[in-house]
Design a protein around this ligand. Structure first.
Ligand code: NOJ
Length: 547
């Protein structure tokens, strides 16, 4: 399953992220499901994406919206059934769309049978070795085994109660208390996940997205975190052996099956280690996602990304949003356009018109850069972060765990608007329960229906850009050469006469006269490229394009 030019698909694909709870609701309970996804596959085909990544849909108590998995080989009834998923995979393939499932190997749900057996077995039960059970510190064992701070903030250990009712050992959870961490030093854990990979590859999926890929291995001596020491649970060297064994499994299947890691790693060199030829195929580029809307910062991020990937021969990825971060229409409309979990993320003055203009330019930028591009559902509709979800309706554990300081991630997970003038905007069938999160009334202008056929809409821009990308042999995987450009402007060639110009300055700049316009992210101004606007150009048939 390579592309027409013989390169594996994952090197240059456009990959669309479906967040199943919020994509489309087929059965009318107000929560998206597999039936809903199947009913809307034509949207993905019309958009022209190469592959779809489905966030978790496994049986789960939903303490972390399904990233707390109770059974890795089945589907939660709220989403549907395994036969429905098998049908979805086949239907996507019939439309030429590859499929990627999300595997969560760092932790499971506290409802997972292994963890239930570990609790029921009491101290010394062999099932406890599959997790991180430890006695507490202090004479009564009532102090946590370490002071590690979790990935959602807050404590990382929860004390258990013994089967006889006495206070027992503690267990480790880097996320919520309902997400116990597996002990990856245990061979059963390794064998289990190798089998889970096979289970999904046997069902024909083309790729696996690996959740929290850098966290699996812990320093079993449980040291406290120290700036001058390797981190006890982030990016431990031992994690690479796991991905080498996973790569052998992926390579053992026909076609190009891809492993795509969620690796948050500021150090680009260490990030690239995950992409060595015998490890993962690709990893999400959070450096670019978090980068400010600023030409110098963007250029540094792009160059840093490309040189780190070149070291290991891996394709870069370009990601603007996902289900964990503030939507980029909102981010780019603020004074500080960077993304970080550590900074204030809500209640900040936001110019959505500016954010939308920049998001349109960012779409052309990210789809023109070398490598694979990711589209998070709703970004093709220009959706913004919903910041006024009433407190009582917020569901993301980040919100409560942070003492309601962090707004949580519900604002980027609001159900998609498809049709009509009022909620649920075709998300659910008529007469259904209200969507699980409320949709803003002004999304009536952002439905798929409202945008279809409107040449100025975000949706038609994405459709046109993805279509042009498919038609343009130089796009996707390949090389980039920077072109001379005024300050505040990114200009590069992809070869074959294709050029991309993005104006991040606040003044218009001339567009080179020797190119034919393929696409513009916004109106041009008499041969000038306005601020926060991007264009794609190709050499005019008889022009003298230098690229
Ligand atoms: C990363 C996922 O993207 C996020 O949604 C989840 O909460 C954590 N990993 C824990 O699984």
């Amino acid at each position: 399953m390579t592309t027409a030019d013989g390169r594996p698909w994952w090197r240059g694909a456009v990959i669309y992220q479906v967040y199943p709870r919020s994509f489309a609701d087929g059965d009318g309970d107000g929560i998206g499901d597999v039936a809903g996804i199947r009913s809307r596959l034509d949207h993905l085909a019309a958009l022209g994406v190469d592959a779809v990544w489905f966030s978790p849909w496994y049986p789960s108590p939903m303490a972390d919206a399904g990233y707390d998995v109770a059974d890795y080989r089945d589907i939660d009834p709220v989403f549907g059934t395994l036969p429905e998923v098998e049908a979805l995979i086949a239907e996507a393939h019939a439309r030429g769309i590859r499929t990627i499932v999300d595997v969560v190997p760092n932790h499971c749900s506290d409802a997972h049978p292994w963890f239930q057996a570990a609790l029921a077995g009491g101290p010394g039960a062999p099932e406890r070795d599959l997790f991180w059970f430890r006695p507490g510190r202090g004479p009564d064992g009532d102090q946590r085994p370490t002071d590690w701070v979790g990935e959602f903030g807050g404590e990382t250990w929860t004390r258990t109660t013994n089967p006889d009712g006495t206070p027992g050992d503690w267990y480790l959870h880097l996320f919520t208390a309902q997400q116990p961490d597996f002990n990856w030093d245990h061979p059963m854990v390794r064998a289990e996940f190798e089998d889970v990979l096979r289970f999904w590859f046997d069902r024909g999926v083309d790729g696996i997205r690996i959740d929290s890929a850098g966290l699996l291995v812990k320093d079993g001596t449980l040291p406290e975190t120290r700036p001058d020491q390797p981190h006890p649970f982030r990016d431990q060297d031992g994690v690479h052996e796991i991905y080498r064994s996973w790569r052998r499994i992926a390579d053992g299947y026909p076609g190009d099956r891809a492993l795509i890691g969620e690796v948050w790693m500021p150090d680009r060199q260490r990030f690239a280690n995950y992409l060595r030829p015998d490890e993962l195929h690709a990893a999400f580029n959070f450096d670019f996602l978090g980068c400010a809307w600023d030409a110098a910062a963007m250029r540094e991020s792009i160059d840093g990304t490309l040189s780190a990937h070149a070291l290991v021969g891996a394709p870069a990825t370009w990601v603007l949003s996902n289900h964990d971060v503030t939507r980029h229409v909102t981010r780019y409309g603020r004074a500080d356009t960077r993304f970080s979990f550590a900074t204030k993320r809500e209640g900040i003055p936001t110019d959505l018109e500016l954010g939308t203009r920049r998001a349109r330019a960012a779409a052309l930028l990210s789809l023109a850069l070398p490598g694979a591009a990711y589209v998070y559902q709703g970004e093709e509709l220009g959706l913004y972060e919903v910041e006024d979800i009433p407190y009582a309706l917020r569901q993301d554990p980040m919100w409560e765990r942070s003492g309601r300081v962090d707004p949580g991630r519900d604002g980027c997970r609001v159900p998609l608007p498809w049709t009509g003038d009022e909620p649920p905007f075709g998300f659910s069938p008529d007469g259904a329960a209200a969507p699980w999160l409320p949709q803003p009334a002004d999304w009536k202008d952002r439905t798929v229906q409202a945008q279809t056929g409107d040449p100025n809409s975000m949706l038609e821009l994405y459709r046109a850009a993805i279509r042009a990308r498919r038609a343009e042999p130089a796009l996707g995987d390949g090389e980039l050469s920077w072109l001379p450009a005024p300050d505040g402007v990114l200009a590069f060639s992809r070869g074959g006469g294709f050029r991309c110009l993005v104006n991040l300055s606040d003044a218009p700049i001339p567009i080179p006269a020797d190119g034919e316009l393929v696409l513009a992210s916004g109106p041009l101004d008499h041969g000038l490229l306005p601020a926060d606007t991007a264009v794609w150009l190709r050499a005019a048939p008889h022009g003298s394009d230098p690229s």
